[in-house]
Write a protein that binds this ligand. Structure first.
Ligand SMILES: Nc1ncnc2c1ncn2[C@@H]1O[C@H](COP(=O)(O)OP(=O)(O)OP(=O)(O)O)[C@@H](O)[C@H]1O
Length: 374
């Protein structure tokens, strides 16, 4: 029986099609190994389906959080996973169980773990720029799919981008749709959501959230994947928020040593304060950085150690084979119908001139500090 509730609250979808099983989870699955991870309200454990011997990740979501019933939030997470089931880069939902305390999402197991680990790894464990290009295309493919379906993720960060395999480097899977929202069910979302380092300026300014909010997080994510540095991270949350609010970014040659100027240009196209001026996921997929270049950058970067077994597929296209119905738009045409051009490498600016304190006022609303989900 499909779940019957259909009401939406603040962009949440609660109509789901997956049957919620109430027979014992442990009758059908065996928990194995240690935890795969945990978040604020969930623990994720590896399990084996007894009937098939297949490995999955069981996400145990507490039904009550801080004394409140969170069933609606969990149904929303399930509904978003269902809506993206044809996209290969969104983690697949296999089954759902309910116990007296938890709802258990049986998910495809992304055995390679979080990309975070490789972002901060040294030398031979770290991503090459070619790795980042391949993985960025996959992330954007998944996010473009969500955005075409009017879904915003709102918590894109390296802990929520997993790998099917770490070595050899596999493919990405986007996880954790706990904060995701449907944009067409609401006129505006004015909630404070996300993780401090990755939140967009409009969130700090208490302005409406849109698909562009995810694009900001993608800019932060790609910066981190390329350099190993979190671009806005300060010594404390206030400094981090100030850096975000003023778009204080280090594009210096030191930080980007050996990284192509096209990569910097890509990041600059999304780390733009005005959400309306940010490149969309589709535009990003058409950015020259992500499309084969006849003269690859010859230098290496200390963080971006070259990997002989890199699984880069230069031929990988921006659109997944599973989405033939969605042809890529013209590279220059954005959703507003206006034209966006990508600057040549020669026009790119690098250096610390991006650092300027005191231009735009930092939001002082006390509730922003309080409400931010950290
Ligand atoms: N399908 C999966 N395969 C392997 N590991 C997973 C899977 N899903 C989640 N994990 C691991 O568990 C961690 C927590 O999962 P997830 O982010 O979905 O939980 P959460 O409680 O919703 O997190 P948050 O508190 O950030 O909202 C992930 O960062 C990841 O390391």
């Amino acid at each position: 029986m499909p779940e019957s509730a259909t009401m939406s609250k603040n962009g949440m979808i609660t109509k789901i099609h997956t049957r919620i099983r109430t027979d014992p989870f442990t009758a059908n699955y065996e928990l194995v190994g240690k935890e795969l991870g945990r978040g604020k309200f969930a623990v994720v454990k590896k399990c084996i389906e007894k009937s098939t011997g297949k490995q999955y990740a069981a996400k145990f979501l507490r039904l009550r959080r801080k004394g409140a019933d969170c069933r609606t939030d969990i149904l929303n997470e399930i509904a978003v996973l269902e809506s993206a089931k044809t996209n290969p880069y969104v983690v697949a939902l296999h089954e759902v169980y309910e116990t007296s305390h938890d709802i258990i999402l049986v998910l495809e197991c992304a055995a390679g773990g979080e990309i975070f680990n490789q972002c901060v790894a040294d030398n031979d464990e770290a991503f090459t720029e070619q790795d980042v290009i391949r993985l960025a295309k996959q992330i954007l493919n998944g996010v473009a799919f969500l955005h075409r379906n009017n879904v915003v993720h709102l918590d894109l960060k390296p802990q929520n981008i997993l790998l099917t395999c770490a070595r050899p480097l596999g493919d990405i899977r986007i996880v954790d749709f706990g904060l995701s929202r449907r944009m067409d069910n609401i006129t505006e979302v004015r909630e404070i959501l996300g993780t401090p380092e990755y939140v967009a300026p409009e969130i700090l300014n208490y302005e409406p959230i849109s698909t562009a909010t995810d694009m900001w997080s993608i800019g932060v994510l790609i910066y981190f994947m390329l350099t190993g540095d979190s671009p806005f991270l300060g010594d404390n949350k206030q400094v981090t928020f100030l850096n975000i609010s003023q778009v204080n970014i280090d594009y210096s040659e030191d930080t980007f040593e050996g990284i192509s100027s096209l990569a910097i240009d890509f990041i600059k196209s999304v780390l733009v304060k005005d959400p309306r001026m940010r490149a969309t996921a589709e535009e990003c997929l058409n950015h020259p950085w992500l499309n084969p270049h006849p003269h690859p950058h010859p230098h290496s970067h200390p963080h971006l150690h070259s990997r002989s077994d890199s699984s880069l597929d230069e031929q990988e296209t921006s659109q997944s084979e599973s989405e033939p119905e969605s042809p890529a738009p013209s590279p220059e045409l954005d959703l507003m119908g206006s034209y966006r051009t990508y600057p040549n490498q020669g026009e790119l600016k690098t250096g610390r001139d991006a650092f300027s304190f005191g231009e735009s006022p930092f939001p002082t609303r006390p509730e922003i500090q309080q409400e931010l989900i950290c």
